[in-house]
Design a binder for this molecule. Structure first.
Ligand code: AMP
Length: 396
């Protein structure tokens, strides 16, 4: 079975074509700068990479271009489109309606459209990808996998905000959580590797430019750090994470900024970038801190401290923890970050192994001591594979 996985952002489309027999990736790539000057597609097949420029005015044009490459003599890997058995789409927000991946029908499209108000920047491009695929490959079944779905198992005491209940009823204001496909993939993979079935209590730390922590009991998410939007929780590249809501109105008054301004402040100018004034990128911050930049060091300290606090909180929330997973660009690659986060967690039974951790990048590896009661493990995430598997299971 061959499945194409699509992730449509506002000006980009990431894609991977899987042959589920392996599973192996037959081709992958990204269409960038859609609707902008200088749009191009980066395409990879059998380790051969090409970058092709073209005028790509919208998502439909981008997907058409990408499909053309997949069947082309020079860069392709399939004879014709009849070889594609299904399409899997990443969809950011599924609200309370979608608790798992689903076959996309007209009713499902309506449901995703209804969630636009909860994710105005993300759901519209996701839908553009769905509309485009529907028109280009009308007979191929499509599946939607939602970032929020995995966290739909949270109990109300974890997902409710302590604001008037009527606001939940009226506007569905509650914590939804994101990165669900990643948290699900790495927690399931941890169970496979560690042989603990799904009975363990797992804390998954997805640490990338966007970052979140999830508490998982028996394979089900019971709490997560992101909320109604992806701004809540950890200190991120440019997002502030947890904040006293009083700060918003205080800053709006003092700085004379409006709704758009405050939104941009907490989403784009805060986090690691806002504190350091140097960069939102962990590698650049580590370098600046090593060269004595104190604000870069402060940003790192705040980032690590916040993750550690969440691990402690979730251990308390679950009444213990068996496994702590690190994933995402920072979790997979930064040995310094992993060490700074986990070095003082002996009190919850996690004895961190500095040697095992040193220099590990992008590979599955246990980084707690052999005697540690809690296992710390690095697991590179693979959201695309998870989407492909869900798609195969649904259409198969
Ligand atoms: P993601 O959003 O998951 O792609 O993660 C991006 C983040 O991972 C950025 O802050 C990068 O600086 C960070 N990252 C990637 N590679 C490394 C590395 N080798 N060491 C430290 N941070 C890294």
């Amino acid at each position: 079975m061959k499945i194409i996985v699509i992730n449509c952002g506002s000006s980009s489309i990431k894609y991977q074509l899987f042959d589920m027999e392996g599973p192996v990736i037959m081709a992958k790539g990204v269409v960038e700068k859609i609707g902008l000057n200088g749009s191009f597609i980066k395409h990879e097949r059998d380790g051969q990479k090409v970058t092709l420029e073209g005028e790509i005015i919208d998502h439909q044009a981008g997907i058409e271009y990408m499909l053309g490459l997949l069947v082309s003599k020079e860069h392709g890997c399939i004879r014709d489109f009849s070889e594609i058995n299904a399409v899997g789409h990443r969809v950011v927000h599924g609200g309370e309606k979608f608790k798992s991946s689903v076959l996309i029908t007209d009713e499902v499209v309506n449901g995703i459209e209804a969630c636009i108000q909860l994710a105005p920047l993300h759901n519209p491009p996701n839908l553009s990808g769905i509309y485009a695929m529907k028109s280009l490959l009308p007979d191929v079944p499509q599946v939607g996998t939602f970032d929020t779905a995995f966290h739909q198992s949270m109990p109300d005491r974890a997902f409710m905000y302590a604001i008037p209940y009527s606001l939940y009823k009226k506007y569905a204001i509650r914590r939804y959580g994101f990165h669900g496909t990643s948290h699900r993939y790495v927690s399931e993979r941890a169970c496979e590797i560690l042989g603990k079935q799904r009975t363990g209590k797992i804390i998954t730390c997805h640490l990338g430019n966007g970052a979140s922590v999830a508490a998982i009991v028996n394979g089900k998410s019971v709490d997560t750090s992101m909320g109604l939007t992806p701004v809540e929780g950890l200190v991120m590249g440019t997002r502030c994470g947890d904040l006293d809501p009083g700060i918003m109105t205080y800053v709006m008054e003092r700085e004379d900024i409006n709704r758009t301004g405050i939104n941009s402040l907490v989403n784009k100018h805060s986090g690691l970038l806002g504190i350091s004034g140097v960069s939102s990128d962990m590698r650049e911050l580590e370098e600046a801190a090593a060269n004595g930049n104190e604000r870069a060091q402060l940003a790192l300290d705040m980032f690590h401290y916040r993750v550690r606090k969440y691990i402690g909180a979730y251990a308390a929330a679950m009444g213990g923890v068996d496994t702590v997973v690190f994933t995402g660009g920072i979790g997979e690659n930064s040995d310094t970050s992993r060490y700074e986060i986990a070095k003082e967690l002996d009190f919850i039974g996690l004895s961190f192994d500095k040697q095992k951790n040193a220099g590990v990048r992008g590979q599955e590896k246990i980084i707690s001591t052999d005697a540690s009661r809690v296992t710390a493990i690095i697991i590179p995430t693979n959201e695309e594979l998870m989407i492909a598997r869900d798609t195969a299971a649904i259409v198969g």
